[in-house]
Design a binder for this molecule. Structure first.
Ligand SMILES: C[S@@+](CC[C@H](N)C(=O)[O-])C[C@H]1O[C@@H](n2cnc3c(N)ncnc32)[C@H](O)[C@@H]1O
Length: 362
């Protein structure tokens, strides 16, 4: 069981390898990373059998930027018939698991295999329950089977509270028909990823105010309005009439990089496609100057050294806050709805007594 297996967006295997290698070096876990281009997966092969478990223990999955899913285990070759017997044999040295997910990779082959997985899941589940390898217990590790083909599977384990929230790391979000653009799902996914569900009512509520930089036609504004917020939408482009009709949106034709809210607001979101360093600087200013308490901003990825460049920008933002003497939590993820970009989430950590209150009026 010496392999840590990770899913990712096809084309980002190199970024996963760079990211996990950096963490492995820091955690003193010896091994090497590999990932075939466009395979939508990468591996970290450890020199010690205990390496993958130590890596997973030393990291929070939610803090990783490029992996969409992870599990520790090994690859198993399957016969054409009676796959279940072979799987049961191979699971002999695996612990009893508390849940089971069957997964495929985010490739065309993977899509074709998902029908097989759907059919295979019920008989496999039944056999695992009967063999005592699966019980209904959320505290036990999750058994993750990633099928690379009908003949090759990765038998993986992951703690249910330290892995992807959705199978394959792909959220099942329904596109709201009233939303003016599909990118609305990006902000919704960001909230799912960065804000625990039980905190939504406290951190996304109708007494709050928000600014949407680069708002047109309003997919992100729609999400803020859906939570009942008063929103200032900044963009030279038009906003959807349906949003303006809510009475909750003020549209300003201004430059998102120079606009300053007066008074400060609770939320800033920004979907302007710009040089990543410029959007990163914007984040530092908004959180650093106290223009907002919490922000979600897209960072477009550079062409090369994508992981190294993102890491450099995040470190620079963190250093900026350190110099200012303020505490800000910084998260970054390539979400399922992100393509050549990552999404950052920042939140000022300070006692309510020192936090600036944003009065709610337009
Ligand atoms: C990707 S779109 C935003 C889509 C929007 N988030 C949605 O969900 O409908 C980017 C927007 O940024 C705007 N934009 C580009 N540069 C800007 C700037 N300096 N200030 C304000 N808006 C800008 C563009 O006009 C464009 O409408």
């Amino acid at each position: 069981m010496n392999t840590l297996f990770m899913h990712c967006r096809p084309g980002f295997e190199g970024e996963v390898c760079a990211e996990i290698s950096e963490h492995a070096a820091r955690l003193n876990v010896a091994g090497y990373a590999k990932g075939k281009a466009a395979s939508a997966c990468a591996e970290f092969v450890c020199h010690e059998p205990d390496g993958p478990r130590r890596l997973m223990q030393g990291l929070r999955f939610a803090d990783l930027i490029f992996p969409r899913q992870w599990a520790r285990g090994r690859f198993v070759d399957l016969p054409e018939t009676d796959r279940i017997s072979v799987l049961l044999e191979q699971l002999a040295d695996y612990p009893t698991c508390g849940s089971l997910w069957l997964e495929v990779l985010d490739t065309n082959d993977g899509k074709e295999l998902s029908t097989f997985c759907r059919k295979f899941e019920a008989p496999l589940r039944k056999a695992l329950l009967k063999a005592g390898k699966l019980v209904d217990n959320a505290d036990l590790p999750r058994l993750l089977l990633t099928f690379k083909s009908g003949r090759e599977v990765f038998l993986g384990l992951a703690e249910a509270d330290n892995q992807a929230m959705w199978p394959m790391g792909i959220p099942r979000l329904k596109f709201p028909r009233e939303a003016p653009s599909r990118s609305t799902l990006k902000l919704e996914e960001a909230w799912h990823h960065f804000i625990p569900r039980q905190e939504w009512d406290e951190r996304l509520h109708s007494d709050m105010t928000g600014v949407d930089l680069g708002a047109s036609p309003g997919g992100w504004t729609y999400q803020l309005v859906r939570r009942g917020m008063l929103v200032t939408a900044i963009d030279n482009g038009p906003m959807a009439e349906s949003l303006m009709d809510t009475g909750l949106v003020k549209h300003l034709m201004a430059d998102g990089f120079t606009y300053q809210p007066k008074p400060p607001v609770d939320w800033m979101v920004c979907d302007i496609v710009e040089k990543p360093a410029r959007n990163a600087a914007l984040l530092e200013t908004w959180l650093g100057e106290g223009y907002c308490r919490e922000a979600v901003v897209n960072l477009k990825l550079p062409m090369k050294q994508r992981y190294a460049e993102v890491r450099r920008l995040l470190d620079r933002i963190a250093d900026g806050f350190k110099e200012r003497g303020i505490r800000v939590s910084i998260g970054c993820k390539q979400l399922y709805h992100d393509r050549e970009e990552v999404t950052c989430h920042l939140r000022r950590l300070e006692s309510p007594a020192t936090a600036k209150k944003a009065p709610r009026k337009h």
